[in-house]
Design a protein around this ligand. Sequence first.
Ligand code: FAD
Length: 303
Amino acid sequence: MKPAAFDYRAPATLDEAVALLAADPGAKPIAGGQSLMPVLNFRLAAPSLLVDLRHLPGLGDIAIGPDGVRLGAKVRWRDIEDDARLQIAHPLLRAAVGHVAHYQIRNRGTVGGSLAHADPAAELPGIAVTCDAAIAVVGATGPRTIPAAVFFTGPLTTVLRPDEIITELRLPPWPTGRHWAFREFARRQGDFALAGVALYYDADERGRASRPHVGVIGACSWPHRLPMAEAALAGRTIDEPTIRAAAEAAGAAVDPPDDLHASAAYRRALVTTLVERALRAAAAPTLTLPRDRGREGRGRGSG
Ligand SMILES: Cc1cc2nc3c(=O)[nH]c(=O)nc-3n(C[C@H](O)[C@H](O)[C@H](O)COP(=O)(O)OP(=O)(O)OC[C@H]3O[C@@H](n4cnc5c(N)ncnc54)[C@H](O)[C@@H]3O)c2cc1C
């Protein structure tokens, strides 16, 4: 199918783009078009006006500093993959983005588009929630910063107002020595995940887990942290019984949908398994593994 007819503007400034969105309730921004164009082609949406963000200045940068990592809304998956600095500044982000879609889509899909589209199985929203990120937006009433934890409210639904444009994702600083891992399961490389898990913790002076964060994608209506799994890790040495307890807590905490791709029970079991595998990978340098599981860990973190 072809999309319904729409007007098209490609403004040169953010102010102009916001004014266009504010003036027409049927207007929508377009960035990489990798999610919006399929939606239009299936006529699941019929905006009256597309406001193309391609000429807006200053939204395509990756900034790394003492305040963490800032990703401009027009940063593409490929930019993240190609930026070697992120291997140290945010290895979990880089590992997760390595699972996004296929080569061609990674050349066009953007940070802002992914956050606004809010697919429950998308990797970046999961990283944003797991890592306590903040999302900077600008609208007709001015700028605001929204914690990722409250940004997503349902499948393909966020608190973004129709006149607001995402400008930046802000990820807090990533300490050296942090233990982390990303694991997901998709039918084919590059497909949306049936379920995925991002997690990290720091080690205290006695090697116990502090500030554990465990997030899940694909198994809930929007990305979530799993406080019960985090509680099973906090203050503990990450050994096999602790890993098992956290994994069971994670599986019990999710309430996935039954759909065409997988049953709820399968997705729940997947979350348990992925948390288990991710924790083993994150703990690899310090964990004494049963013999047949020794291949899982690849250094202090792994994706
Ligand atoms: C075959 C296929 C497989 C895919 N697999 C994956 C996958 O495994 N993981 C994954 O995460 N994604 C996947 N995607 C989605 C892809 O990553 C998209 O590129 C991304 O979700 C949207 O980015 P975009 O820049 O293309 O946004 P667009 O398609 O241009 O826009 C998407 C939505 O965001 C809005 N929008 C865009 N930019 C902004 C902004 N700055 N401010 C406010 N609203 C904005 C648009 O109005 C629209 O509603 C896949 C897509 C395809 C087609």
